[in-house]
Design a protein around this ligand. Structure first.
Ligand code: ADP
Length: 421
């Protein structure tokens, strides 16, 4: 007998899924994130599931297929409302995938109306008169116009969405949202009567998102960035509570594996070393020369682990990365380092590590896969957008956190462990 889930969520990328899950937990929901569509039913009582796909930039047909598979599984788990989560910079091309996936979900659910808004004021993403702002400027002046895969040249989301949608796209503008849930509901009814299928919604503050959330109570499908999530739990009678982020008690050894080369991660590595804690740098050229870097790193870590957390990192400054990339090629270097760090993470867990920090989005994906993690329960937030998670790969209890790129303050690597103590 499937349990009743309040929210069933489909996220178009991995760290975006964690970001959404983190917002839901902070609003009081107990949340599990799955890596891809699970093969089995849920085995714990929770309020929301976020199925993490990697469908942002794949072919629209493939993204639709994966999203429909996720929908079907979420429905089988009794989801009362479906949430399609995309990036807060609305990353997409005229072909999709936000539009095609939204329409496929609408068709499959038999619903003729939904909203779309990437507004996330806590992250400086606001929508006004249908225009998306990233920080203090319009999206197409924010650097996103130069994105390698999804360059955003137009900040008008009604136009952007209309280009990738067969249904008519409309706008619920700020003058409506500011008046509250009832005004939003009236506007929705009006747009529906005008044949609008998808409405972009303005929001510039968390208060706007709370008002909007109330108006979305009976909407079967919501599409948004992670911001709208803060206003939905209230509709299910759920309020913020520390209990929602409670994880089983942590035990075991502590380690950090870092493959991120962002400015923030470089500073975090330096802070860990400055705190007098043991750190080992991995040299990509040694890996490519055939040295058994994984065994060497594990042999270095094992005697140290019982007394303190260790850090194993490939994190480097831009000049060093360039030199490696020139010699090995950009993609080959990345894949080589990811594979190595993932094998090290697996070895560390085999050696008794039960509290693991992983830095780097791609690095996290590689580690999670190597560890065989398919589901994670979402716990307390360490830094905005980065929660501790709990997984049980092969029945081994493991607290793990996946920190992407520029997230977290300088003391992230040490602060993380104090939160589990
Ligand atoms: P972030 O979240 O900061 O973007 P990622 O893990 O997503 O971090 O990406 C970092 C990429 O850089 C990975 O593919 C990783 O393997 C690669 N990498 C890490 N260290 C080095 C290095 N020293 N030289 C070259 N590439 C590296």
């Amino acid at each position: 007998m499937p349990q009743t889930l309040s929210l069933g969520c489909i996220a178009d990328d991995f760290t975006g899924a964690t970001d959404l899950a983190n917002n839901l937990v902070r609003a009081g929901m107990r949340v599990v994130q799955t890596i891809g569509v699970p093969a089995t039913p849920l085995d714990s009582e929770i309020d929301a599931v976020v199925v993490a796909l990697k469908s942002r930039t794949i072919a629209p047909q493939e993204a639709v297929q994966q999203s429909l598979a996720a929908l079907s599984w979420l429905k089988s788990q009794g989801s009362r409302q479906i949430y399609f989560k995309y990036c807060s910079t609305f990353d997409s091309t005229p072909q999709g995938n936000i539009g095609p996936v939204t329409e496929a979900l609408m068709d499959a659910m038999g619903t003729d109306y939904t909203i779309a808004t990437p507004a996330f004021p806590d992250n400086k993403r606001t929508v006004f008169k249908g225009y998306l702002f990233a920080g203090d400027g319009l999206l197409n002046e924010s650097g996103m116009q130069n994105h390698p895969l999804t360059p955003m040249h137009d900040s008008n989301l009604v136009r952007v969405m209309q280009a990738q949608t067969k249904r008519k796209v409309g706008l619920i503008d700020y003058s409506v949202v500011a008046r509250g849930a009832e005004a939003v509901s009236e506007r929705i009814a009006q747009l529906k009567s005008e044949g609008v299928g998808v409405a972009i919604v303005d929001a510039i503050s968390n208060e706007d998102l709370m008002r909007l959330g109330e108006a979305l109570k009976d909407m079967p499908l919501v599409t948004a960035g992670s911001g709208v999530a803060i206003g939905l739990p209230q509709n299910f009678g759920i309020t913020p509570s520390e209990k929602s982020s409670a994880l089983p008690p942590a035990a075991g050894l502590q380690a950090v594996v870092s493959g991120s080369c962002s400015v923030a991660t470089n500073a975090q590595v330096q802070a860990f070393i400055a705190a007098g804690l043991p750190a080992l740098a991995i040299d990509p050229l040694s890996i490519s020369s055939g040295k058994d870097v994984v065994s060497e790193a594990l042999a270095w870590a094992k005697p140290l682990l019982p007394s303190k957390p260790v850090l194993i990192y490939s994190t480097a400054e831009p000049a060093a990365i360039k030199a490696v990339q020139n010699q090995l090629g950009v993609e080959a270097a990345g894949a080589l380092v990811e594979r190595t760090l993932a094998a090290i993470a697996k070895g560390l867990v085999a050696a008794g590590v039960r509290q693991l920090v992983v830095a780097g989005g791609e690095t996290s994906g590689a580690c999670v896969q190597a560890l065989g993690i398919t589901q994670m329960q979402i716990g307390p937030q360490i830094a905005p957008g980065v929660p501790w998670c709990f997984a049980k790969p092969g029945d081994t209890p493991l607290h793990i956190t996946l920190k992407s790129g520029n997230f977290g303050a300088e003391d992230f690597f040490t602060k993380a462990f104090t939160l589990l103590a």
